[in-house]
Design a protein around this ligand. Sequence first.
Ligand SMILES: CC(=O)SCCNC(=O)CCNC(=O)[C@H](O)C(C)(C)COP(=O)(O)OP(=O)(O)OC[C@H]1O[C@@H](n2cnc3c(N)ncnc32)[C@H](O)[C@@H]1OP(=O)(O)O
Ligand SMILES: CC(C)C(=O)C(=O)O
Length: 515
Amino acid sequence: MKVQKIQIFDTTLRDGEQSPGVNLNKSEKFQIAKQLERFNIDIMEAGFPASSKGDFESVKEISNHVRGCSVTGLSRCKQSDIDVAWEALQGGAEPRIHLFLATSPIHMASKLKMTEDQVIERAVESVQYAAKFFPHIQWSAEDACRTELPFLAKIVEKVIRAGASVINIPDTVGFITPKEYGEVFRYLKTNVPNIENVILSTHCHDDLGMAVANSLAGVEHGARQVEGTINGIGERAGNASLEEFAVALHVRKDYYQCGTELVLAETKRTSDLVSKLTGMQIPANKAVVGRNAFAHESGIHQDGMLKNKQTYEIISPELVGVTADPYVLGKLSGRHAFKTHLQKLGFSINDEEMQTLFTAFKSLCDTKKEVTDDDIIALVTDNKLGKETSVYELKSIQVNYGTNDVQTATITLTHPDGTEQCQASTGAGSVEAIYNTIETMLDVPIALYDYRIQSVGGGRDALAEVYVTVDVQNHRVSGRSVSQDVLEASAKAYISAVNRGLVRTRLAQEEAQKA
Ligand SMILES: CC(=O)SCCNC(=O)CCNC(=O)[C@H](O)C(C)(C)COP(=O)(O)OP(=O)(O)OC[C@H]1O[C@@H](n2cnc3c(N)ncnc32)[C@H](O)[C@@H]1OP(=O)(O)O
Ligand SMILES: CC(C)C(=O)C(=O)O
């Protein structure tokens, strides 16, 4: 099968920056440009040089330093814009200008206030003028998809004759459907002489959610360049998302018989960088780069995936540089995924334990939105603890507090072997005094990692709920306790975390011995 190459024209730094709220400085634009170079795009639209001094400087810097692709800048059909663009782009390896002029009746009459003939004349003049400087000229018919086809064909013919080597057919307002867009390309191919000598390009907006589908339709009808942005950012609802387009071509090569030369493994990194620097968050369910794009939560899907990934996965996450665990445990998960996850966490569980743990897991899921690894470790250790008698227990606690004093806690603790010990220690605060005292009585070193307190219920008799996270011999574990008294809840939460830590340490030793 012969695979036809599609050129990727990235306009993240131009149309992408037209996203409301996005404003990239020179250094941010340069960082994105270098990542786009690693992504191996073919053409990078670095900005609109005549729009501001800052954008001019950015385009110039990118053009002078990016070598892996051709750098271009947008320009109105206006000599002064073309001059500024040349000044910014002339240091580049393959300088290219992107000229545009609107061709739809509404844009010509209301915005440009020009007749059809004037628009043709201006377009031709501008291409001819740009040809004095630039070896490559792209010309775009702004709002092409609301342009009458005979007029579109006429102006395209004239600008080709004037020297344009790429003709772009933008769906500026995201209005067209895939079938109609294909028709536009088919019409131009049959009605414009010498059109085979130029590259036809798509540029689709996503107002009706069809930007990627339209770009693919353009490719099916002869477009050999596709414009878009990373994460689909851009004016209004954005542009065609390049990562979605490229992965669609890759996965459905059998159908499109076309491909890009993008380094797809750089997809996620590129998307993350653009999201970070533009401040535009990626929706979790966004195709290819969303947090959930490769995540499977329901039991039947997870079971299928564990048996054969091809049951539910058409894109391998590694293809686009995603490494996250695909299995999300939640209330819709089943036994197969739960057991596999326990194994990943280092626990081998027999059938009887599995039954108890799975029931406990399902009830936890009914009360908690997201079940984390910490929760699952707590389930396993609590299951073991439930059968244990050998744990530390708080027998009594007394705290001496004074505003000008160091605080003192006196604690009686029952050790796992049944013996009792009473000890006192000081601390800068009451909770610290309690934790210092408990630590002096334990056989293992404990490091406090996190402490949080909240009230349960309202009013004077509200309960105190304390969460504690500690490290016990390299195992991070949490404990929780609720009590009428803040200090008692603090002590009990700490001891509960320590008990879990000790069980976790012992389980790890048992697993190591088995291995
Ligand atoms: C579809 C697109 O995404 S096109 C790109 C859109 N991007 C941008 O506009 C971002 C950068 N733009 C800017 O910074 C400013 O608009 C500038 C610097 C380009 C121009 O600013 P101003 O001179 O103040 O003009 P303003 O933006 O208000 O109006 C645009 C003018 O350009 C004209 N114009 C619009 N498109 C074109 C074109 N392709 N070729 C020639 N003239 C054009 C308009 O008719 C209008 O002319 P008028 O002043 O004679 O009425
Ligand atoms: C300048 C052109 C290509 C454009 O951005 C559009 O029409 O949307």
